[in-house]
Design a protein around this ligand. Sequence first.
Ligand SMILES: [Zn+2]
Ligand SMILES: [Zn+2]
Length: 156
Amino acid sequence: MSRKAEPARSYGETISLNGFRFTEQRRQVYDALMGNPDHPTAVEVFMRVKTKMASISLATVYNCLETLTECGLVRLVNHHREPSRYCPNLEDHAHLFCEGCGSVHDLPMRQNRPASEIWDLPSDVVVSHHEVSFRGLCPKCAAAAKLKSKTENLNS
Ligand SMILES: [Zn+2]
Ligand SMILES: [Zn+2]
C-alpha cells in the first residue's frame, strides 16, 4: 500500500472498526500527517493545521494525535529525550534518525519478515511488536559529508 492511499477509505474503515468519529479537527490533524509524512512533532502538526483551521489550539492537536495513536492510525516515534514525533506509515518499518539535520526517515522492511527471522531471539521470548531505530546520516547529509571530506583532502 502506498502512502497516497485514498484517505476516504481509511476514514470509513476506522469509523466502522473502532466506532471512532472523524471530527473536522481530527481529520485536519490526520491530513497534516498524511500530506507530509516527515515525522513532525505535535508543534509542527499544530503549525500546519493552524494554516487551515486558525481556531485550533495546541492542546486540541495533542488530543487529536493521542486519539489517532490510540486508534492505531498513527504511530508514536520516540527518540532519546526529543519531543515525540508522529508517523502515519502503518507498514512495518524502522526509522533512521539523521545526526546531521535531525530529520527522520522511514526504512521499509523487506517482505514484512517477522522479528525472529532477523534477530537471534531466545526461544522463550514473546515479541508483541518491535521497534528498530538507526542513527546515521540521511542521503542529503551523507552526500554533503562526502563532499566535505573530499574538499578537505584537496586542501590538505
Ligand atoms: Zn515512520
Ligand atoms: Zn540529514
